[in-house]
Ligand binder design. Structure first.
Ligand code: PMP
Length: 412
């Protein structure tokens, strides 16, 4: 089995686009299996950022000079690229932020602060990343509202009946991850949005672990907000996106005050700009947006369905092989899984496994993955997480499996 026969993608050709992959670590070829933490960047992204700084760097939306107009045009072009990527109706629905974390904080601080009253509820799930827990806790505490948590089953899947039970006349917003970074679970977000909307409840989807692996169509999903980070989809760090439905954004107050988010300012009264500018105070990460657009164009050039098909093969193979190791317990065995395999080894701490793998040149994450409630649910302090991207080879999975066996012999 290889990627070409499965998907038409040639992984060896794709790997040539990623300069960082071609190095040795502790004398072994690097096997980068920490893509859920951050993905590596193809040359086109690195070049787009360099090109921006070398030939058009200027501040945007302000200057009348040539460079400023070029930088503005490219920044706004990046917004259109994101709009098409998510199939949003309107570019005004695309807000550039620092990443998923900032996107969620923005919604909590604006929509949350204006809509939550004492006794109201925000619904999240037991598999959320801390960034989709803590902002809601903070705003609930401030507003006297309550956080409700939908439990998961032993496979790491959301219990839909419990979700339905917890949805009530008090629910003001649901915030749900599309794909769990700790378990790999793909949630049936379209169905969840339908259930929420039947109760008049708007939905925010945390797409940090989804956009690099699955086709996302915000109109088909019907969600009200969708958040993702550039660095997890082959783009730069420090840039991310909040999609918000225009009708909601238009009624939301600003997040931060400053330049670029206003229509007019006087000491008596300031009038705010329309979305998306209302939510983009100050000089944004212009190079980041341009790099993100290059990343999205690269990914869509490969074909997201093909990428998903290849990663699914890798995941299936990895799960099959790892499950044969005695004493290895998979954390999360969902039916729908995307690009993440989490596990623990009997009697061995995840960090020690991670260290043995590192010495073999294999980069994985060992820890709680910013999802401590998931660790508590499974009664483990940490897991080893291998997470995949389109440039991963089957042979890297074989090396992972061999190295885990070695860790078991050494430490078990
Ligand atoms: N949500 C999920 C599911 C994630 O995996 C992550 C990153 N690990 C985040 C949110 C936060 O993303 P960022 O740190 O890029 O803001």
């Amino acid at each position: 089995m290889n990627a070409t026969s499965v998907t038409g993608l040639d992984v060896e050709v794709i790997r040539k686009d990623f300069p960082i992959l071609h190095q040795t670590v502790h004398g072994k070829p690097l096997a980068y299996l920490d893509n859920a933490a951050t993905t590596q960047k193809p040359r086109v992204v690195i070049d787009a950022i360099r090109q921006y700084y070398e030939s058009e760097n200027a501040n945007i939306h302000r200057g009348v000079h040539y460079l400023s107009e070029r930088a503005t045009a490219d920044y706004e072009r990046a917004r259109s690229v994101v709009r098409a990527f998510l199939n949003a109706r309107d570019s005004a629905e695309i807000i550039f932020v620092r990443g998923t974390t900032e996107a969620i904080n923005l919604v909590a601080a604006t929509y949350g602060r204006t809509h939550l009253q004492p006794g109201d509820e925000v619904l999240i799930t037991a598999m959320e990343h801390h960034s989709n827990i803590v902002p809601w806790q903070m705003i609930c505490e401030e507003r006297g509202a309550r956080l409700r948590v939908v439990p998961i089953n032993d496979h790491g899947e959301l219990i839909i009946e419990e979700f339905e039970k917890l949805l009530s006349a008090r629910t003001r917003l649901a915030a749900i991850t599309h794909v769990s970074n700790a378990l790999g679970t793909v949630n049936p977000v379209q169905e969840l949005v339908r259930l929420c909307h039947a109760h008049g409840v708007p939905v925010l989807i945390d797409g940090a672990q989804a956009v690099a692996h699955l086709r996302v169509d915000v109109q088909a999903l019907g969600c009200d907000f969708y958040a993702f980070s550039g660095h997890k989809v082959y783009g730069p760090t420090g840039i991310g996106v909040l999609y918000g439905r225009k009708e909601l954004l238009e009624r939301m107050p600003p997040y931060q005050g400053g330049g670029d988010m206003i229509r007019s300012v006087s000491f008596e009264r300031t009038l705010y700009a329309d979305p998306p500018y209302r939510f983009e105070a100050g000089t944004p990460h212009i190079a980041g947006a341009i790099g993100l657009a290059a990343a999205i164009e690269y990914l869509t050039g490969l074909g997201i369905e093909q990428v998903h098909a290849w990663e699914s093969q890798l995941v299936r193979y990895g799960v099959e092989q790892l499950a044969q190791i005695p004493g290895l317990r998979l954390i999360g065995t969902p039916r729908e899984r995307a690009a993440v395999i989490s596990f623990v080894l009997d009697g061995v701490h995840a960090h020690d496994v991670g260290t043995v793998l590192d010495l073999e040149g294999i980069a994985v994450r060992a820890g709680h993955h910013c999802a401590q409630p998931v660790m508590q649910r499974y009664g483990v302090p940490a897991t080893v997480r291998a997470s995949l991207a389109v440039y991963n080879r089957l042979e890297e999975i074989d090396r992972l499996v061999m190295a885990v066996r070695k860790a078991k012999e050494l430490l078990g």
